[in-house]
Design a protein around this ligand. Sequence first.
Ligand code: SF4
Ligand code: SF4
Length: 235
Amino acid sequence: MKEYAILLDNTFCTGCNSCAYRCIQEFRYHDQASKGLFRTFVSINDGGLYHRRCMHCLDPQCVRNCPVKALTKSDYGPVLYDAKVCIGCQTCVRVCPFHIPQFDEASKKIVKCSLCAQRLGDGKQPACVEICPTGALQFGEYGAMKTLALKRAKEKKLKLYGYDEGGGTHVFVLTKEDSAAAGYPNVQKKALKSGRASLDGGLGVPAMAVLAVTGMKKFSERRARIEAETKNEKP
Ligand code: SF4
Ligand code: SF4
């Protein structure tokens, strides 16, 4: 089964937070957002832009340590969260090397991106990727995104974050400046882990078939368009 990933090129990001607003709309968590709880959010820091979002680790510590398996690693990439199973112990908050899960005191549940699993099943891209007005966010097959991230990092002399931090992730981040200065946590780099640490929580075969046939056409079209734009980008 194919794995998927996000490529975030911060050099195209304006910090407009359209991705964050669209995410709130998609999952209808306005109350949580008003309390500073976000599945994704862009901060403009002195050293650059920081997108706070789950990195969907290849070997996720949150999955390894959750005592009730409320967090599961899907075999197509995303780390999924089941609020109905969660007992609110906050172990994931403590063990995540990227400091991502946020605890909602009101609901006693976690706030974390699940990479729009329900949209992928419908053959759509994650909502944040779809709405991004500058093409800073791209979504596609893991190997293709990794290759593109490495190529662009080399050609544009950018820093690549998420490649081997914590054993690798499904989110590749390109920054002009040092990632730590931009706000990204300093996470120990390790040899890449298998992308299939656990097969719990994956989409069923019918849903993946829809994704493969319908969704990839859209992803390919978008990727081609952004690639063309990249060639013509301003210095
Ligand atoms: S970034 Fe944190 S919450 Fe996301 S998969 Fe990795 S360990 Fe889990
Ligand atoms: S807070 Fe919920 S998701 Fe996090 S480790 Fe505890 S049970 Fe698992």
